[in-house]
Design a protein around this ligand. Sequence first.
Ligand SMILES: NC(=O)c1ccc[n+]([C@@H]2O[C@H](COP(=O)([O-])OP(=O)(O)OC[C@H]3O[C@@H](n4cnc5c(N)ncnc54)[C@H](O)[C@@H]3O)[C@@H](O)[C@H]2O)c1
Length: 316
Amino acid sequence: MAKIIVTGAAGFIGSHIVEALLQRGEEVIGIDEFNDYYEPMLKHKNIAHLQLSPNFSLIEGNIQFLDWQTLLKDIDVVYHQAAQAGVRASWGQGFRFYTERNISATQVLLEAAKDAKHLKRLVFASTSSVYGDAETLPTHEGICPQPVSPYGITKLAAERLCGLYHKNFGVPFVALRYFTVYGPRQRPDMAFHKFFKSILQDEAIPVYGDGQQTRDFTFVSDAVAANLAAATVPEAVGEIFNIGGGSRVVLAEVLDTMAEIIGKPIKRNHIEKAMGDARHTAADVSKARKILGYQPQVSLKEGLTREWQWIKSLYS
Ligand SMILES: NC(=O)c1ccc[n+]([C@@H]2O[C@H](COP(=O)([O-])OP(=O)(O)OC[C@H]3O[C@@H](n4cnc5c(N)ncnc54)[C@H](O)[C@@H]3O)[C@@H](O)[C@H]2O)c1
């Protein structure tokens, strides 16, 4: 049985990875500091049911101050999901959280990983934000990254650190550049969560800009499947993969789909475009398809329906 660490285990994507691993009978150590970027109570809810499993143990602490040498001694795979996410909050005073949680925390982990004898894979959660306003759509991994947000800069720095530790010390990393992930347990600062919450409270939905921006939305179980493949496929080591939902959607159309799901029209409140938001994102996932066997399974309508069910149970 493989021994596995998931960092950011109580977060949105991390908690789903833990769940999938436990369902496969794996032994998982989750690490999370439960910081207050958003309500820690939500993070405790994310993993409450997972803590019932005898195969799961939780370490509550900051990655930067843990004894990684000891932790990694008999670990086969690390899914490094912990980070300071969010594009908008990365401007201004909050930037130091981004350098600490995205760059420094990753460096500490990589330093220990270079001496970890058992370690077969370190899967790093990267982001489409490294591309910024990419000129080529759909965007493939060979495009030169040009982040348009401080968040994207820190994630790119961390991704590049993984590359350096791979080249110099053989750390077996794989980076997955997620394109907007959604589904149950989505972070409360993310658009669909905010939209559904507003609908539930009968408030107008805040839409940044003209609503004509496009995104490649990835349902969380598809992102999880990509992680599991990244941890096992031998050819994945040292590679970077786009992980998208398979189709590019205009935000305004997403709102129409949401209206269909909830069965009533949606009130919209257009607000100014946020700085650091890319206008369009679209993933070319052909590399992930070829090497990881990645094939997104969940349609936007189905995925949104599942998130709506979760939001209703969370807030009512
Ligand atoms: N959600 C998305 O659409 C998306 C898109 C692209 C990339 N990503 C990346 O995926 C990963 C997971 O994102 P998420 O949406 O689940 O975020 P999240 O905020 O829900 O989860 C991250 C978790 O990491 C923990 N954490 C942060 N710094 C830590 C530290 N130093 N020590 C211990 N714990 C720490 C937080 O408490 C949090 O629970 C992140 O690396 C993020 O950059 C997410």
